[in-house]
Design a protein. Sequence first.
Length: 617
Amino acid sequence: MLRRGLSVLGRAIREQPRIFAVAVSGSVLFGGLVIASAYVVGAVVGDVVVPAIARGSVGVAALALAAGALFGISVLRVVGIFGRRLGAGYMQFRLQAAYRRQVTRRYLELPLSWHQRNATGTLLSNANSDVEAAWYPIAPLPFAVGTVVMLVGAIASLFVTDWALALVGLAVFPALFALNVIYSRRMAPRQARAQRLRAEVSGIAHESFDGALVVKTMGREAQETARFAARAGELRDALISVGRLRGVFDPMLETLPSLGTLAVLVVGAFRLRQGAITVTDLVSVAFLFTVLAFPVRAIGWVLAELPRSVAGWDRVRRVLDATGEMPYGDVTLDPADLTPATLAFADVGFAYEPAEAHLPGAEVLGEVTFTVPAGRTVALVGPTGSGKSTIAALAVRLVDPHTGTVSLDGVDVRRLTAASLAGTAALVAQVPFVFDDTVRANIALDRPGVTDDDVWAALRLAEADGFVAALPEGLDTMVGERGTSLSGGQRQRLTLARALAGRPRLLVLDDATSAVDPRVEAAILAGLRAPAAGGPAASILVVAYRRATIALADEVIYLEHGRVVARGTHAELLATVAGYADLVTAYEQAEADGEQQPRPYDEVAPLTSGLEVEVDR
Ligand SMILES: Nc1ncnc2c1ncn2[C@@H]1O[C@H](COP(=O)(O)OP(=O)(O)OP(=O)(O)O)[C@@H](O)[C@H]1O
Ligand SMILES: [Mg+2]
């Protein structure tokens, strides 16, 4: 543990060598002055005070000199403390900031499959408390290094003064050091436990607040409170045990130097009588023992923090060393090409990685083959859990297939550059995500060349221009955390507009309009399919349930248990595939029942003029 802890500290020093040098210089200056102050105090007592008492009068010049020396030492000590604290603070917080940045950058580089295996709470604590814990011992480190130098100096000066007193020092200082080591050894697991419980307590609180709706409607307040109270109680006990240990060791650490001083006085008095030392020497050494006690504890602080630092560092390293299994290729698709793209799945198989490594990953997709020809709309229909979202994720390369290939315009998506992928295919996910920002920022996402006109055009296509225009500040309206100030349907249309604003050549809609009124949903899809009327020049893969929406597709792929069961037009499938007919009809029935009450959606934008939604049978 000590070796690993020191290697973490070594890394910190290698990364910030100059600041560390400043801090240690300040600390060594301070240590030297602590020793010097002891000898000055000794000199003041031995050479000024004692003669003055003997004479009955005080020499003003000697007193002024003594006062000046003490004052000068104090000023220099202030400089030393300033340098040490400033250096330590700079070093600690710079390292924290640098590693926070590295960790969050790594998160964004890592593939979706990695994120699916790692809980959000863990990621948050990696970037926050783990980074902090890793660099926590940096704060007392310069002090501790300076103290070690000071202890060596102190013992050397003791030997210069008198060997008998030096032996007392040789007994007391290592004992003090050992006591600190024992203290930190005992303290470390208690601190670690308290740290873990802190995270758990806040985790439970977070979950209860997050799920407040469920907790309230299910009447689980008492149970949730009890669950929280149990963990809070454990944290209390852990902290009390920390306090108890502190209560035992702190007095010992305070007392040991005092015992040292006592021993110095006893041994010193003896040596004084022998004439081996002077009063000045005796007072200096006795004073030295009292002022050394505090700095020695800095070594204990560093040792106490090392286990936590190593644990934090290990967790940070796990993120930094995680490998992205999805390197991008180097093939670019012509950016000037604005025609719809062709998407092809050839014999695609896929399995999610199991939650635990030793379990087998269950196959989610097998032998999936289909094409979305340029400019066409293909609907993906299937019961819940049949693999529709997985196909959507594969189409925009959020994940890679285990067998077979996914290609865009004939190029395997694994060979495309990141920019080509993002510029060609856009996914509107099943669960809309909205940033806590303005409507404009949410749609444009700072992409170059996306003007307000483009934003409005995208909003019109997403049938969202009506409600955005009615917002108090239009495009500048803040939408709140996760878009809380918007309805579910409004949020969905905002994310659709976001995808459209990038002028994708392939649009993948994963149930992206489920919370929108059925008429509006059909209108959106009809608008997207009409490039002449301002629609995007995009091929569309759409996951849908509603008959009116599906009927707009050129082809329907019907999926069951991750396999393509049937394909054809909506009318053909309805006539020939029983499972398909059941699913579509059941969904329609459920919606019809649900619509007995008016849905609480926002105002419905007027349907695109002249739109005929063809509903068969
Ligand atoms: N991250 C994941 N890890 C493990 N298994 C997953 C993961 N995501 C989905 N699955 C599993 O993969 C299968 C297909 O899921 P998928 O989300 O593609 O279904 P879907 O057709 O989109 O369903 P829905 O209509 O409910 O959205 C399901 O059995 C699901 O349990
Ligand atoms: Mg899905």
